[in-house]
Design a protein around this ligand. Structure first.
Ligand code: NAI
Ligand code: MG
Length: 368
């Protein structure tokens, strides 16, 4: 039996509460013969309290050795005063940087049972299932020069620089096409090649990789402003959207909000494929934070965290049937009206975090 090594980093606030529900799911799959091995470590404020750092070198080494990291959430008012270098978020940034997690995948899935929670019309979003692939370690957030200077005339001048190299575009492009092959075989590449040199290069590289390696996948180029418009007008036309760091930041937030609550949104961050083993570093986390306002009260929606584990099943372990079954279990639980407060409809009785985890396990059992 193949073993899959998972490192669990629950973190702070509702992180441990939603991670506990994932552990139930992991346990269920393990009982069914899937070889999961789990370890748990500290990150964020809880690591700071124990070790005065937001992640220890030992935890980093465990993350490096794992097949996938499941990350809860970090931060909260308790750590507002800690030194900047060891603030809770630094632990997550260190993981992203040292594991080389350059590809951020954010699915936007609209479960039929929640279609009315969207700000768009039911028919526009019902059944929506798209993924935004955002380049995460390059582009205008990191390019040099980056400065804010005061000129001799007293004016100030600020500069940010968008930089992309061929290699950076190639690797994110391959992630997007590989993903599309496991889905509906369509990639939409988004940039502004009409006004930006990095956009011109982006389009060239994506077209070249497509022709050479993925000609069986459909490719379209969509200018980023039009892409934003199309996401709101007719999001179901898309399958996988690949884009740079800045446009991805914006487009992924648009796509996310088509589907409702922050408590529903999973994500994956992937690194480069090891040429020897074919494996890639990966970290899976909900989009939401540590929600200090509801922490410790059993109110958190665990579906974003559970869905993040579903992405690990799909993208790190190739367990596609298991991932489909988990998605189906989540959809059925939502359809049955078992929902935490953030997504409970009017007149519906909200249940607690643990009830949702239990219901999903029960549904997994029923589906098998
Ligand atoms: P947040 O995502 O923690 O919460 C925003 C709002 O959404 C809150 O009202 C919260 O109760 C609600 N919410 C979030 N997740 C939910 C869930 N699973 N179920 C039900 N309701 C949910 O963002 P906020 O309040 O801006 O930040 C709180 C703390 O989290 C801060 O310390 C922030 O730095 C940190 N944070 C950490 C992130 C991470 O670990 N990746 C990401 C974002 C924020
Ligand atoms: Mg953002």
């Amino acid at each position: 039996m193949a073993t899959h090594k998972l490192l669990l980093l629950p973190g702070d606030g509702i992180g441990p509460e939603v991670m506990r529900e994932v552990e139930k799911i992991v346990g269920w799959f393990r009982k069914r013969g899937v070889g999961f091995e789990t370890e748990t470590d500290l990150v964020g404020g809880s690591a700071y309290d124990a070790h005065k750092v937001s992640i220890t070198d030992a935890a980093m080494a465990r993350a490096d050795a794992a097949d996938a990291v499941l990350f809860g959430a970090v931060g909260g008012p308790k750590w507002d005063g800690v030194p900047y270098e060891v603030r809770p978020e630094a632990g997550l940034l260190r993981l992203r940087k040292e594991l080389g997690l350059f590809a951020n995948l954010r699915p936007a899935i609209c479960y039929p049972a929640l279609a009315d929670a969207s700000s768009l019309k039911r028919e526009v979003v019902e059944g929506l299932d798209i993924v935004i692939v955002r380049e995460l370690t390059g582009g205008v957030y990191f390019g040099e020069p980056k400065e804010l200077v005061t000129l001799e005339n007293g004016q100030q001048r600020a500069v940010d620089t968008q930089v992309y190299t061929t290699g950076e575009i190639e690797r994110i492009t391959r992630v997007a096409f590989d993903l599309a092959k496991k889905r509906r075989n369509k990639v939409s590449s988004s940039e502004k090649s009409n006004v930006m040199k990095t956009g011109v290069l982006w389009r060239q590289v994506v077209s070249r990789i497509h022709k050479a390696e993925f000609s069986d996948v459909a490719l379209e180029h969509v200018l980023a402003d039009n892409c934003a418009m199309q996401l709101v007008k007719n999001p179901k036309q898309f399958d996988v959207i690949v884009t740079d760091n800045l446009f991805g930041d914006i487009l992924s937030d648009i796509a996310a909000m088509l589907t409702g609550s922050l408590g529903m949104l999973p994500s994956a961050s992937l690194g480069a494929e090891d040429p020897q083993t074919g494996k890639r570093k990966a970290l899976y986390e909900p989009v939401h934070g540590s929600a200090p306002d509801i922490a410790g009260r059993g109110l958190a929606n665990p579906i974003a965290m559970i869905g993040s584990f579903g992405m690990a099943l799909r993208y790190s372990f190739g367990l596609l049937d298991e991932a489909d079954r988990l998605d189906k279990a989540i959809a059925n639980v939502l359809a049955a009206g078992i929902r935490t407060k953030d997504i409970a409809g009017p007149g519906m009785n909200a249940v607690g975090t643990q009830d949702v985890g239990d219901a999903i396990v029960k549904e997994l059992e029923a589906l098998s």
